[in-house]
Design a binder for this molecule. Sequence first.
Ligand code: HSE
Length: 416
Amino acid sequence: MRNKLTIGLFGFGCVGNGLYEVLNQSGLLDAEIKRIVVKNPNKERKIGKENFSYDKSDILLDPQINVVVELIDDANAAYLIVSEALKRGKHVVTANKKMLAENLEELVQLAKDNKVSLLYEASVGGSIPIIRNLEEYYNNDSLSGISGIVNGTTNYILTQTNYGKDYDTALAEAQELGFAESDPTLDVEGFDPKFKLVLLIKHAFGLNLKPEQLFNYGIRNIKEQDVRYATEKGLRIKLFARAQKNGNELYGFVAPHFIDSKNTSYNIDNEFNAVSVEALFSDKQLFLGKGAGAYPTASAVLSDISALQYDYAYEYKKSAGSNDNLEFTEDFFLKIYIGSEFIEAIQEIPFYSIDEVFQSKGYNFQTGWVKFSELRQFNFNALKDLFFAILPDAFLGEEEFGVKKEENLFLQVFNS
Ligand code: HSE
């Protein structure tokens, strides 16, 4: 039997408004929005003032409301709303990746203790149903890696700069189109994809990581010469969030990558996101769809609301499975490109081996192998003079790296 859902909606920005329209248009759900609470009474909105109230108790204390949909911008305020709603026995649907990544363990426990569901498909990959697929479809031990483009704003900027637009214009367009966070630093410095990666790792591998454990580097320091380097080699720059299992170890981070045309994300443009899931027997599978924007994001919120009609809840099976021994590590090696106006800035970075060096007045670059745990000590988002990106197929565990070096195969194999 389907549950009757009475919704209290927090927030009426881009996604909230999108949900309102999508819910009214779809007509498929036995669900009614009883109340919408917003912060600012003076803001112009697409529907009349009579539809809004400004006190969160109007939703949280209303016993008829059994579903809280949280679509506000402020992660701290969202945390207070969501935790209170769960404590009051209301199901929660949210798209707030920052709030979730920072408080996931506690909120999951709260939902469990109060026998309600906490669903958040819209928080990762917009319209792509990746969380539910990771939850339901893949076995405990068969997943070996997950990587992809999970930020629409930066993918929009990278696509547009690749076609010659300047960075600031592309960012302004992404903001105008409703893709960017209200503080776009979260997008362009790679924080937003990192929050999403925390959630992906939880559902793919069962590991509870805090955002501060994961390295994030975005695209704000990218220069025209870096884009030209990529173009001349037939490569494209994409901001990837990735997590990879190697035996009992798991690597995870967010950083720009140079990818070649063999990579399934090569042609993923603008606000589209793509998540590649690697499993033992199925090999690679690609989930593709719009990752930002009002309607795509609202579609995932709608799907979560719809799932509540049948009492759906995440089970977090992988948190109690054969990944118990899995350990997060930063001891691995990467082959990277670093470009800068200043050769001294490049020389600060410890390289284990150098493949290519280019020096000229105004632009220098170097490629070679670095140890991730050493690389991540630098605050690259703040180092405006440097841009680094990971080169294709350039990922080795500490042991593999040591063996290659010892056998002296290293340069022959990886220079090719
Ligand atoms: N700012 C985010 C993005 C919105 O650009 O992907 C969707 O999570």
